[in-house]
Ligand binder design. Structure first.
Ligand code: SF4
Length: 444
């Protein structure tokens, strides 16, 4: 049996100087890097690259920043400089010619790109929340917003808790401040990510923090509501179907949160779910989906499934296919079980032969492609909102996504004629055609 050994994620050290605004910038950069799988290093020695976020407000602050850069160069040698001193790149280069890159305040994309160059990310389907394609610089008009680290579950195929530890939720006010800054910088869509979004705040007993004259609890519903008020699209990923997810439906019905749920079901057979030690292993999930759709008819559900988990019998797999037929999920991703070093499932008996895994994978993909094609065909003739991702100058067309499509993992909406549209625009379009995954439309 081939067991996958995961490479160690690259580690970033951070020295953050100056005012609270600078700290928020540092927090935002680190959140993005962590969302991409980077680890933080508490010391110079363990870092693959050190990021120095400088302050240049007063001469004394400049001197302090230069000293910090000097120390990072001496202790580590691989240094990226950002922050207010970015305006004085020549001065920095004169003193420290070995600095890898210098970027200015709020130049998030450039900082993250410099870190990518200095210590390339290692995309891993086993630990990443952000899809591999998302590791390229996220365009300004959508942003991943990480709300917590780690996980309290112990799924048998997963090594996240071992790597990242138990759930640690970010403060809701810090998440909201970051979201506000992202929106001010041009973000039109916030993609909320974590290992288990439904569990957000459990570790701090859903404590409340002051926010805009009131309070906001560290709780998925409260956070989603406040994020929704900021005016961007809010898309929830990695939601487990606990009962309190019902409370998000009114927010979707009101238009505060996109009618979209990314729920990693991974399987449907109770037998396999038990062996997987999955959370929210609830026989009533199908009924719950029906209830959600009754409240929010346009709700799009995306999920992923693992086939060939150790001990998965023909009956278990038949159960999964019947469940998928019944659930009519909008988007489905399937994975063949792969043993990963350190995961309990790796040493389980009754491993499923590769050819059986492949057959089951093909069957799930064929079924989900058919369901997706039927669902998309039903949209032909309707008018939907689309967020433009890219405009093709050569063909004059554009590509965007509907509320039902997350970037990189779901489908796209192709426009023949972009007119004067630009990336980040949200426009109504009329759907003319559909295939298994994508829609084809014209501006309405
Ligand atoms: S819920 Fe399960 S699969 Fe997801 S991170 Fe936690 S342990 Fe891993």
């Amino acid at each position: 049996m081939n067991v996958t050994t995961l490479p160690k994620p690259p580690r970033v050290g951070l020295v953050s100087l100056g005012c609270p605004k600078n700290l928020v910038d540092s927090e935002r950069i680190m959140t993005k890097l962590r969302a991409e799988g980077y680890d933080m290093s508490p010391d110079y020695a363990g870092a693959d690259v050190v990021l120095v976020n400088t302050c240049g407000f007063l001469d004394s602050a400049k001197e302090e920043s230069l000293e910090a850069i000097g120390e990072a160069i001496a202790e580590n040698g691989r240094v990226v400089v950002t922050g207010c001193m970015g305006k004085e790149a020549e001065l920095i280069r004169e003193r420290f010619p070995d600095v890898l890159a210098i970027t200015g305040a709020h130049q998030y994309e450039q900082v993250v790109e410099a870190v990518h160059e200095a210590a390339p990310p290692i995309p891993s389907p086993f630990i990443d929340l952000v899809p591999e394609a998302g590791l390229k610089l996220t365009p300004r008009h959508y942003s991943y917003l990480k709300i917590s680290e780690g996980c309290n579950h112990r799924c048998a195929f997963c090594i996240i808790p071992h790597l990242r530890g138990d759930l640690v939720s970010r403060r809701p006010d810090a998440v909201l401040r970051e979201a506000e800054k992202l929106i001010a910088a041009g973000t039109k869509e916030l993609l909320v990510i974590s290992q288990d979004t439904s569990a957000y705040g459990v570790d701090v007993r859903h404590k409340a923090w002051p926010w805009k004259g009131g309070e906001v609890r560290a709780h998925m519903t409260d956070l989603a509501r406040e994020l929704g008020k900021l005016g961007a699209w809010v898309r929830l990923h990695y939601v487990y179907p606990y009962p309190h997810v019902n409370d998000v439906m009114p927010l979707m019905a009101e238009g505060l949160v996109l009618p979209y749920l990314d729920i990693p079901f991974q399987h449907a057979s109770p037998n396999v779910l038990r062996r997987m030690r999955r959370p929210a292993n609830d026989a009533k999930v199908l009924q719950r989906i029906r209830d959600w759709r009754a409240q929010v008819p346009e709700l799009a559900i995306r999920s992923s499934f693992v086939v060939g988990f150790p001990g998965e019998t023909d009956e278990d797999f038949a159960y999964l296919l019947a469940w998928l037929e019944e659930a009519q999920l909008d988007r489905v991703g399937a994975f063949k079980f792969e043993p990963v070093e350190g995961a309990p499932a790796t040493t389980m008996e009754e491993q499923v032969p590769d050819e059986v895994k492949q057959e089951r994978f093909d069957a799930v993909m064929a079924l989900s492609a058919r369901i997706s094609a039927e669902k998309l065909a039903a949209k032909v003739g309707s008018t939907i909102d689309v967020l433009i991702d890219a405009v093709d100058a050569e063909t004059g067309g554009a590509t965007g996504r509907s509320k039902a499509d997350a970037p990189d993992i779901d489908g796209e909406v192709h426009l023949r004629d972009a007119g004067s549209l630009s990336p980040g625009d949200i426009v109504p379009v009329k759907v003319e055609d559909a295939d298994e995954h994508d829609l084809f439309a014209v501006p309405a």
